[in-house]
Design a protein around this ligand. Sequence first.
Ligand code: NAP
Length: 493
Amino acid sequence: MSTHELEPTADWSQLYIDGEWCDASSDETIAVENPSKREAFTSVPAASEADVDAAYEAAEAAQPAWAETPRDERTEIVQNLRSQLNDHYDEITTLLATEAGTPSYRATAEFATATGDVEMALNLEAPDEEVRQSPSIPDKDNHVIYEPVGVVGIISPWNFPLHLSLRALAPAIALGNTVVLKPATDTPITGGLLIAKLCELAGVPDGVVNVVTGRGSAIGDRFVEHPAARVISFTGSTAVGKDVAGQAGRTLAQPALELGGNAPFIVTDEADLEKAARAGAFGSFFHQGQVCISINRHLVHESLYDEYVDLLVEHARSLTVGDPSEDDRVTFGPVQNEAQRDDLIEYVEATLEAGATLETGGDAEGLFVEPTVLSGCTNEMAAACNEHFGPIAPVIPFSDDQEALELANDTEYGLSAAIQCEDETRARELADGIDAGMVHINDQPINEDHNAPFGGVKQSGLGRYHGEWIVDELTEPKWISVQHDERDYLIFE
Ligand code: NAP
């Protein structure tokens, strides 16, 4: 396999284990489709449990030497990875458009966030060794050092494949861990094999990054329960994430879980209406709504309700729909797969049956689901209470802040939220009342900043990404004490 080819039609037929491109142990392959055309453009191997074992063995064998590698040498290699990303911008964004139906502006945004993941990893420092006197044992010094956890298993979803794989992989290797990565079956290249090629080009040592492509239903159990994995970094649905956490518990691997969301977007009577509607439309329709932190419910004060719905409809109709792999001007592409489309149409139909009004959209052609606005909604309707994960905007009225908060918090999820209110003191009181890991005032909920903790509460996950928070996930503190004067153990005469 040539590592220098990164086009959609390049050779993607092998797994990357221990620095080698190798055939999977079975001949089974998985077709990779362009969701706009609904045609396969290549195929990848369907790894077996034996391949998963081989990948973990390679990662486990490589980890001690990688952890011992001086920090500046590791940093140089991570810098090379950043350079490889930058050198291959065109190929990477083409792959995102082809494999993930990503409009050009969004591919650029994902590329920037992914390079930001690597940049952040370059700046991460496990805390220096801390030395403290023991307050409870006389003449003892406590040294606390931070060691890499060891091998990190990473499972990523299809909606931001490059970014969500690198978000865990880059800090893991920068901190001296080694990695086995399983990308989603819909995006095995941009979430996995592409990253392997870039790591190889960057000179990442053999075994430090290993990539296995294969269905979660076939290899997921072995992947999560492999005894070599010390952290399982899982980004995906809450249903699968809960099973993963249970399985990780069997080997006491630490689960780091970034799961589903149902973001409320509160538009108060003190919102700048036009600004709020633009933010609301972006938050619902960016990447066809396939973002864990996209707006799932628009909660709008009754005094602005009708005008807000009209503006949202106007914005929904103004999107340029098309095949992002053919046209850079497209701002709205297909959803990723048929199951996704079918769920979305069912949510819309059930919501209309429950009494909502269809303002625009509501239909699909191929995998192109129309940007959809539903008015007259309640929190109990299907498009509101489920994480719909698509371009559907149910709009729910409220009459005061207390009701807005009750509606916002009436969900099992707690990932992201946003509030539009020009009075920042009032907005802050609302933000404090929302049960979510992230709340954005006078913005919409799709935000990611490498200097801020990313993650959710309730059924949206465990742990946080970025900065010092990811250092906590990927290192173990170790206590070494030094007793300077002999202790009195009290049991001897
Ligand atoms: P998913 O079905 O849970 O899949 C996520 C990953 O888990 C895929 O790689 C999948 O592999 C794998 N998987 C499936 N079954 C498995 C099993 N039994 N054991 C181990 N791994 C298994 O989620 P998705 O549909 O790809 O992504 C959408 C979901 O992800 C949404 O709920 C969204 O909110 C969430 N998400 C959360 C964040 C966040 O940061 N909180 C970010 C993005 C997405 P296959 O593809 O082979 O099935």
